[in-house]
Design a protein around this ligand. Structure first.
Ligand SMILES: *Cc1c(COP(=O)(O)O)cnc(C)c1O
Length: 241
């Protein structure tokens, strides 16, 4: 029998094989070991059944950017041993929900969010990893803040806030490359920020950078975690609110 699930499994397996080849090649070019890189499958807009197929194919790190969708999928996949990454902009009133399933939150961008997450993590008896989302827009299109994140002057203060908050663990930095900018320049800057933070906080060793279109540049510039959606699962339908 060849059903839709088999077809989808083959699609995802093909996407994964192609991606793995490209990640291997980028690692070779950059002189890095493949084991330094974690691929996070960004499953937003795709069903929990895709998460299941990914897990069967050996992908254990799952990324989502909307709380409601992530919460439901994590619940549907509770029997799987997965690491859940929250990568989207986060409202403080979603803090309780997000800390209930997220292992690593990539989008820490303001002190009030840190306070809310800390309070809820303590209440839930969880320790949640946090990445400071760094704005890399200067020099690209869209102006500062267009793709989210905190400006340079605020980075260290926010990192200290996370490091000093019970229930939270400062794990590193995340960024989205500016549209129309030079990704190497942007990711090199992110690497510099990561080094500065890691000097004070040795366990903050995660650099979340690189998506389907630019992960080779991220690997060349020290990324440890790639967030890949389209290249694995196909093009998402336009989101209609
Ligand atoms: C959707 C998303 C990704 C994945 O993007 P693709 O181009 O589909 O690989 C990565 N990071 C963030 C923050 C996202 O929202």
């Amino acid at each position: 029998m060849h059903d839709v699930t088999d077809t989808r499994r083959e699609e995802i397996a093909a996407g994964l094989a192609e991606l793995e080849g490209q990640v291997d090649e980028a690692c070779r070019t950059a002189g890095r070991a493949r084991s330094e890189i974690t691929v996070i499958a960004v499953t937003k807009t795709y069903p929990a059944s895709d998460v299941r197929l990914l897990a069967e194919l050996g992908v254990r790190d799952i990324g989502e950017n909307r709380d409601q969708e992530a919460h439901d999928k994590a619940a549907e996949c509770a029997d799987l041993d997965l690491t859940w990454h929250f990568i989207g902009q986060l409202q403080t009133n979603k803090a309780r929900s997000v800390v209930s399933y997220a292992d690593l939150i990539h989008s820490i961008d303001r002190p009030r969010l840190v306070e809310a997450l800390s309070r809820e993590a303590v209440r839930a008896g969880r320790e949640v990893g946090c990445l400071i989302q760094v704005a890399l827009e200067d020099g690209g299109e869209g102006g500062p803040g267009a793709r989210g994140g905190v400006a340079s002057a605020e980075i260290m203060r926010l990192a200290e806030a996370v490091a000093g908050s019970p229930g939270l663990r400062l794990r590193g930095v995340m960024a989205v490359a500016p549209l129309g900018g030079d990704p190497d320049e942007a990711f090199a800057r992110l690497y510099g920020v990561a080094q500065t933070i890691q000097k004070e906080h040795p366990s903050a060793d995660v650099i979340s950078a690189g998506m389907s279109g630019d992960f080779a540049h991220a690997i060349a510039n020290g990324a440890t975690h790639l967030r890949v959606g389209t290249a694995l699962l196909g093009r998402r339908k336009p989101f209609v609110r």
